[in-house]
Design a protein around this ligand. Structure first.
Ligand code: FES
Length: 102
């Protein structure tokens, strides 16, 4: 699919998460201390939108049942049962625009 613009850096300020829809797929973009990361937005437990959860450092906590994922890798970091990791994507910044590579 290639490199797709996800937004402007001014829209994704430090500590903020946004959801963008790229080719029908919801992707979460987060800004962690000026470093951007991108993972699937849909929780692998029951499909909650993770961008409506909580971001603390690199950890995203799902707003429904509190599964925790590492925002940089998409890996599950805490939940009482095994659920799938999220896919993660490379992010680049160029001319104040944030691009996701898919
Ligand atoms: S939907 Fe995310 S933990 Fe249940």
């Amino acid at each position: 699919m290639g490199r797709i613009i996800a937004g402007k850096t001014s829209e994704i300020t430090p500590g903020k998460m946004i959801k963008v829809s790229i080719d029908g797929k919801d992707i979460l973009i987060a800004n962690i201390n000026e470093k951007y990361c991108a993972i699937d937005d849909s929780c692998t437990h029951s499909g909650s939108s993770l961008s409506e959860g909580k971001l603390d450092g690199c950890t995203i906590t799902c707003g429904w049942h509190a599964a925790e994922f590492d925002c940089k890798t998409g890996k599950l970091s805490k939940f009482p049962m095994k659920i799938k990791d999220l896919s993660s994507y490379n992010v680049t910044v160029e001319s104040n625009s944030v691009f996701v590579e898919m």
